[in-house]
Design a protein around this ligand. Sequence first.
Ligand SMILES: [Zn+2]
Length: 246
Amino acid sequence: MHKTALSFLAHPDDAEFLCAGTLIRLREAGWTIHIATATPGDCGTMTQDRWAISATRADEARRAADVIGATYHCLDERDLMVVYDKPTVQKAVDLFRRVTPSLVFAHALKDYMMDHEMVSLLARAASFGYGAPNASAHLRNENAGIPYLYYCDPVEGIDPLGREITPTTFVEITQQLARKMQMLSCHASQREWLRAHHGVDEYMEAMKRLGARRGKEAGVQFAEGFVQHRGHAYPTDDLLSQLFPI
Ligand SMILES: [Zn+2]
């Protein structure tokens, strides 16, 4: 199989919170990594207009991707306004067509805010359909096909009703935690805002808390948790557990 992984999540910094440790491990194993966001994070500020913060955050996302030699993409949708409609599905399918992923990381189907849930649906639709010749005007790579699909943890590992999620799959990231933190720290605009607001470095602490919790469940120091999509037509063997056994 060809080794191309795509993280397709809603906002700049979501990948760095939820699956960057696993992306680092994949990169170490020789995979090509793509990090895509639906929006440039245009509402992630208390002081700047949407154009200024979008430019800042797209640059932060690009620098975080650079840490592991990944390629950054942005669908240029708007924060709070990501929807599942024909034009947006087409943009997602076109993205997948250009990237040709064999492994996809998406948001949890149920998460704390709707952009995440909509992008989860977009990722699911695009992963299923991007290999169909007529689905996109972009050139079809011969490797195009239904990829392994994993849903990242919802934020804080809980669904919108506060119920804890049980992962199907754990990936240990103890050795990758420092680089994951380095990637997350590229998002300085968000980190500084939270630090000023909370009085502690909550940005880093929140990521480490979930990593430690998943690590404890997996019997290691730090881990990331995922739920694998195992419905009709998708690969159902647990690729991540095979690549990175605990
Ligand atoms: Zn987000």
